[in-house]
Write a protein that binds this ligand. Structure first.
Ligand SMILES: Nc1ncnc2c1ncn2[C@@H]1O[C@H](COP(=O)(O)OP(=O)(O)OP(=O)(O)O)[C@@H](O)[C@H]1O
Length: 327
């Protein structure tokens, strides 16, 4: 069973050219010229209930545009999108009851009023039954630690406090799908961990399907079962983090401590990142040299005291992917 099906979505924006020079500016007052930005060229994917999907890609790749289409804010030029049986931009009223949306860069809360007032407005807008609202509110206040900030106006909150309130606001009506557009942007390490933990919890306990965009690969590692990589408006990878590792993350770093030896280590296919008479750091591409072979060669050249092997950080793998796809 699928909860989200996106098929052949295309979306362009018309952007007015901004001329420089007085003569051109005057001319543009009467005759505007436009360029077309093709934000999404042909995007298709589907998502099953209960998945946490990381939607990633470099700046300008089209992530927010996709989230806006899936949440019914934007209408695509072509293609279909069916979410829980609805077409988001056509069935907005019944559809939005099923989704929660958080845009990390924007607020859905009313700026000048206490957070609680925003929550109550949302309760009325979504027509949330009294008991459901009360139960959800109690749970959200507790798990997101909102007690001390709930009566503060939004404009007085720190970014991390506001983000916790935004997430709570998006879940008051018990949606079964949550769209998060950069939910950890600008947060400190502690707040990031708290937000990640919370997302994981509602996914596990309430079976909320989560689609999140992020530039923080720690979010992906901590949360996503699956990654959709988008670049220049096209979907370039759809698979697990593990799959990404085995396809792009073939590099391992070996740190070897050994009894002093004045001859530098030499392992064909491995590059020496640093060397001293008692410690070497090597980079091995497991596509070219098997790890067991590299370790055998290493132990034949020095008397090993300690060895650690590190896999490539996911951040590096993503950079490598972006390079490979020329993004
Ligand atoms: N309202 C708009 N008007 C014109 N162009 C837009 C508009 N919104 C987005 N674009 C353009 O569409 C492309 C995709 O933008 P989008 O915001 O979807 O990317 P993104 O992947 O979310 O980027 P980022 O990681 O920087 O947030 C970009 O080239 C952007 O400049």
């Amino acid at each position: 069973m699928l909860v989200i099906t996106v098929n052949g979505i295309k979306k362009s924006y018309l952007v007015a050219k901004r001329p420089s020079g007085l003569r051109h500016v005057m001319k543009s007052l009467f005759h505007r010229e436009y360029t077309v930005v093709e934000a999404l060229q042909d995007i298709s994917f589907s998502i099953a209930p209960g998945e946490i999907v990381g939607y990633i890609g470099p700046n300008g790749a089209g992530k927010s545009t996709t989230i806006k289409i899936m949440s019914g804010i934007l209408v695509p030029d072509q293609g279909t999108c069916t979410i829980m049986g609805y077409t988001p931009w056509l069935d907005r009223v019944p559809y939005v009851k099923n989704i929660g949306v958080v845009f990390g860069q924007r607020t859905q809360l009313w700026w000048d009023v206490p957070v609680m007032d925003s929550f109550e407005l949302l309760r009325d807008i979504y027509n949330i039954p009294h008991k459901e609202y009360k139960d959800n509110l109690t749970l959200l206040i507790e798990t997101l630690d909102l007690n001390s900030i709930i009566h503060t106006p939004v404009r007085q909150l720190s970014l991390g406090q506001r983000m916790r309130c935004e997430i709570a606001a998006s879940l008051l009506h018990s949606p079964s799908i949550l769209f998060l557009d950069e939910p950890t942007i600008g947060l400190d390490a502690v707040s990031k961990i708290a937000v990640r933990h919370f997302i994981k919890t509602i996914n596990k306990e309430k079976h909320v399907t989560v689609i999140l965009t992020t530039h923080d690969m720690n979010d992906i590692e901590a949360l996503a079962d699956r990654i959709l990589l988008i670049g220049k408006g096209n979907l370039l990878y759809d698979g697990s983090v593990q799959g990404l590792r085995s396809r792009f993350g073939t590099r391992r770093t070996i740190t070897a401590d050994y009894r002093e030896n004045s001859i530098p280590i030499n392992i064909p296919g491995a590059s020496l990142l640093s060397w001293t008479p008692d410690r070497a750091i090597l980079s091995v591409d497991t596509d070219q040299v098997m790890m067991s072979e590299a370790l055998t060669k290493l132990s034949s050249q020095v008397e090993l005291l300690d060895v650690t092997i590190d896999t490539q950080p996911i951040e590096d793998i993503i950079v490598q992917m972006y390079k490979e796809y020329q993004l």
